[in-house]
Design a protein around this ligand. Structure first.
Ligand code: ADE
Length: 227
């Protein structure tokens, strides 16, 4: 069976390289999201940009699943580094994703009764192999946390690290993983580090957002080739 891969980026710059490498067949706009239907590396791909934040990400992901029947979901983009070994422009592959702005107890006790959502083993494996084949050494497999705000404060950063022990922070991955889990669709989040989520985060972000978005998109291109 020919598989269809759904790729989501939050911002245009996070999907630019992928769109440049896409043989576009058609386009659809649903609920304000643009879905590019085409082929990348000879594979069927639906590429979309969900906008910033968890609700946008969740809505866009559900449409990707319902309307386009994707078999896999990959979220590509940038993130703030939280782990001491994670440096700017490094890659993080999601072992699992969760929210840093929802209490663990609520996650456990409310539907769908999950404290976190696990990345798909096969997709994680493909991502690791893609790093190794392209000799990208600075990659990490770990937890990615999402929340409704840009983290640029050392104290907030330290509180998140203490509670969740994550590798990086962003604003969509857990919502995408959550919706993928509900629909039983394998997913993985790939992020490259644009800043350290500290008091210099805004400055670093401006310098590195484009470079790190490309680092992530390049890995996803190689992954698509291998799926
Ligand atoms: N995306 C990139 N950097 C981030 C940060 N510091 N906080 C939240 N999302 C991000």
């Amino acid at each position: 069976m020919v598989k269809t891969i759904g790729i989501i980026g939050a911002m245009d710059l996070e999907i630019e390289l992928l769109r440049d490498n896409m043989k576009l067949i058609s386009k659809e706009n649903i609920a304000g999201f643009n879905y590019c239907i085409g082929r990348i590396e000879g594979k069927n791909v639906i590429l979309t940009c969900c906008g910033v934040g968890k609700v946008n990400a969740a809505c866009c992901t559900q449409i990707l699943i319902d309307r386009f029947k994707v078999d896999y979901i990959i979220n590509s983009g940038i993130a703030g580094g939280l782990h001491k070994e994670v440096k700017i422009c490094d890659l993080v592959i999601s072992d699992n994703v969760t929210y840093h702005d929802v209490r663990k107890n609520q996650m456990r006790s409310c539907f769908p009764f999950k404290e976190y959502f696990e990345g798909d083993k096969y997709l994680i494996d493909v991502a690791i192999k893609a790093c190794e084949i392209t000799k990208k050494e600075n990659y990490h497999v770990g937890r990615i946390v999402s929340g409704e705000y840009f983290v640029s404060d050392k104290n907030i950063k330290n509180n998140i690290i203490e509670e969740y022990n994550p590798h990086c922070v962003e604003m969509e991955g857990a919502a995408i993983g959550h919706v993928a889990y509900l629909n039983k669709i394998p997913f993985v989040v790939i992020r490259s580090i644009s800043d350290n989520a500290d008091n210099d985060a805004n400055m670093d972000y401006d310098t590195f957002e484009k470079i790190s978005a490309e680092v992530s998109a390049k890995l996803v291109l190689n992954m698509i080739d291998m799926i």
